[in-house]
Design a protein around this ligand. Structure first.
Ligand code: NAD
Length: 355
């Protein structure tokens, strides 16, 4: 799910190009901020039109990770690695081992994990060269493995809080349009069905959409039509940049709350939503469950501690919405401002080490 490449608001601390011709490795690690601790954020493996697009994507994603980690109360900074999928044959394990070597050279300033296009096996290859990696095979009773169920839970809890505030009702009385039935979207559908919500779904893989429709009685919609579905809530769980000056006027939903990163094409789109009385639950606030699980794995928390922290996602969103109301800001601007304050107010960064 490649995100739109746009500018970032604050400059990163470090941009480290990484290359190994022998291993087919070509990309960049961006450390947006290490003030709160090591810069944590996944490794994206994706095809880009050119290196400019790759760098822009990495910059924006790294900044988003810094804000996400700060507002999730993690003593972690924010960073991201973005690697280009080679356009010639390559040995995947060797490529990720070479990436592990690049992470190792940063001596703990950057902690990596999975992101779009990377897997638990890739992180196992990274681990052969560095200990600064999470998203490895889960051990019993400990955090680890696929972070998506935690992401889906945080989105669900946020949606409950936001729906209560915006509609004055619980999810059992509402219809949710879910865009994308991958790891996060399908997990979210399960939770919404259990809570009694009606579901409308869109997904390019017809078998997956049919499966969710059978399990939860969801209505299937064309992937282009889902944006204007007759739903109370729109939950983007596929692409970034889905809401912009072209799509916002077609929206019927009055609450946006989903797992995708960088849902808004630009900050002005936050204003556009507010003008239409559409409540936007900031993406990096509601989708922090996955990075909380990653942090728990890296820092050696118990699964209960991860569950407790993910369980607070709804309250964190409520505090941001309250602040936005008091300050007359859009929720997205309020979240950005609070995150920047938390980062700027950090004292000496903690030198955290993996458990
Ligand atoms: P995924 O690849 O498992 O799922 C994405 C799904 O979207 C796929 O099923 C794909 O077929 C579908 N899709 C693609 N284009 C679509 C379109 N135009 N309309 C409808 N569906 C479309 O990815 P994921 O792990 O579920 O992540 C989903 C989003 O959430 C991504 O933006 C990701 O960056 C973000 N996110 C994920 C996590 C996590 O824990 N996995 C954490 C934070 C943020």
């Amino acid at each position: 799910m490649v995100q739109p490449a746009t500018f970032t608001a604050c400059p990163p601390e470090r941009v480290i190009p990484i290359e190994s011709r022998a291993a087919g490795l070509n990309g960049v690690i961006v450390l947006h901020s290490t003030r709160l601790g090591p810069a944590a954020g996944g490794c994206r493996f994706w095809r880009y039109d050119d290196s400019g697009a790759l760098h822009k994507d990495a910059l924006r994603l790294a900044e988003g990770m810094a804000y996400k980690n700060a507002l999730a109360d993690l003593r972690l900074g924010g960073g991201k690695a973005v690697l280009a999928v080679p356009d010639r044959p390559y040995d995947r394990a060797k490529l990720f081992e070479a990436f592990g070597q690049a992470v190792r050279e940063l001596a703990g300033d950057y902690v990596t994990a999975e992101d779009v296009g990377t897997t638990v096996e890739d992180m196992a290859a990274v681990r052969r060269n560095t200990m600064h990696v999470a998203g490895l095979v889960k051990k019993p009773g400990q955090p680890g493995g696929d972070p998506s169920p935690w992401t889906a839970r945080g989105v669900f809890l946020s949606m409950q809080v936001a729906a209560r505030r915006h509609f004055g009702t619980g999810l059992q009385d509402l219809t949710v349009a879910v865009q994308g039935l991958g790891n996060v979207g399908s997990g979210l559908c399960a939770l919404l069905h259990e809570a009694g919500a009606k579901l409308i779904v869109a997904e390019p893989r017809p078998g997956v959409a049919a499966h969710i429709a059978c399990l939860y009685g969801a209505e299937i919609m064309n992937k282009d039509a889902i944006l204007s579905a007759q739903a109370d809530i729109f939950a983007p769980c596929a692409l970034g940049g889905v809401l912009d000056h072209r799509t916002i006027p077609t929206l019927r939903a009055k609450l946006i709350c989903g797992g995708a990163n960088n849902i808004l094409g630009s900050p002005e789109d936050g204003e556009r939503l507010a003008e239409r009385d559409v409540l936007y639950a900031p993406d990096y606030v509601v989708n922090a469950g996955g990075i909380i699980n990653v942090a728990g794995e890296y820092l050696g928390w118990s699964s209960e501690e991860v569950a407790r922290r993910v369980g607070e996602t709804g309250e964190r969103l409520a505090r941001i919405l309250d602040y936005a109301g008091r300050e007359g800001l859009t929720p997205g601007d309020a979240a950005d401002r609070l995150a920047r304050k938390a980062i700027a107010g950090a004292r000496a960064p903690l030198a955290l080490q993996p458990a």
